[in-house]
Design a protein around this ligand. Structure first.
Ligand SMILES: *Cc1c(COP(=O)(O)O)cnc(C)c1O
Length: 246
């Protein structure tokens, strides 16, 4: 298991009050990012894939602003957030500064926040029920803007976790496409913490393949290399890039 970057851990107390030299923080964050990209590239090559086929989503939820600024300074432009309100506060103004920014919603979405989500995000990775698909379809019409959509699959069938269960995935994907007339780009999963992630990644890849879906968002700080080996086209990495969350 990759340890969180010690340089960041040791200055956790400083992070919130910005008492570190911003240049040090940028070089730490840049080193973390370079290391993760190198590991993605290595895992890609080891499984006869091209590193360019795997996008790194930097998960900035609950991270102090100066770490996010440091990450932006490295050139990283693809970010994942798991709450609409937190993302609005963090990114609304930054969007103007970084026109090439891409934001993905990776957390569960309430139907009554669908409009806000459609207005802010480039992609919503957590579509998992008809009520939400309907709200997204209405919001997309109203805003004349449709984010990329992924269907979240609860591969571990955990009651506390969002996502459609595997047995209902095919029918749900079909209904999003046909009933709600929304394009589905692919699938997302978050395996149970206490199980081998590989079997969950394999299951997600299988469901995507039989539905003709190309995008697979799977793998986090502790298991992204395994996910790449099982076909991930996006990995969502938070703590290994930024340091531990507060
Ligand atoms: C927080 C989060 C991540 C990142 O987790 P790390 O272990 O910090 O890499 C990835 N995906 C989702 C859905 C998350 O909520």
């Amino acid at each position: 298991m990759p340890a969180a970057p010690t340089s960041l851990l040791s200055r956790r107390a400083c992070a919130a009050s910005a008492c570190t030299d911003p240049m040090d923080l940028i070089s730490d964050i840049a080193a973390n990012r370079a290391a993760i990209l190198a590991r993605i590239a290595e895992a890609s090559r080891a499984s006869q894939r091209t590193p360019d086929d795997v996008a790194l989503v930097a998960v900035s939820k609950l991270q102090p602003d100066e770490r996010v600024e440091a990450m932006l300074a490295t050139g990283q432009r693809l970010y994942g957030e798991n709450r609409v309100q937190e993302a609005q506060a963090r990114w609304t103004e930054r969007r103007a500064r970084f026109p090439d920014l891409k934001l993905r919603l990776i957390g569960p979405l309430q139907s009554n926040k669908a409009e806000d989500a459609v207005a802010l995000f480039d992609a919503i990775d957590s579509v998992d029920r008809p009520k939400l698909a309907k709200a997204l379809a209405e919001a997309a019409q109203k805003h004349g803007r449709s984010p990329e959509l992924l269907v979240q699959v609860n591969t571990g069938e955990e009651p506390q976790k969002a996502g459609v269960v595997p047995a209902e995935a095919d029918a749900f994907i079909k209904s999003v496409l046909e009933e709600f007339k929304l394009p589905v780009a692919g699938l997302m999963c978050i395996p149970p913490v206490d199980e081998e992630p590989a079997m969950h990644f394999a299951l997600l890849a299988k469901i995507a393949a039989r539905n003709g879906l190309a995008t697979l968002s799977m793998g986090m700080s502790d298991d992204f290399e395994t996910a790449v080996r099982f076909g991930a086209t996006q990995v969502r990495v938070g703590s290994a890039l930024f340091g531990n969350r507060a």
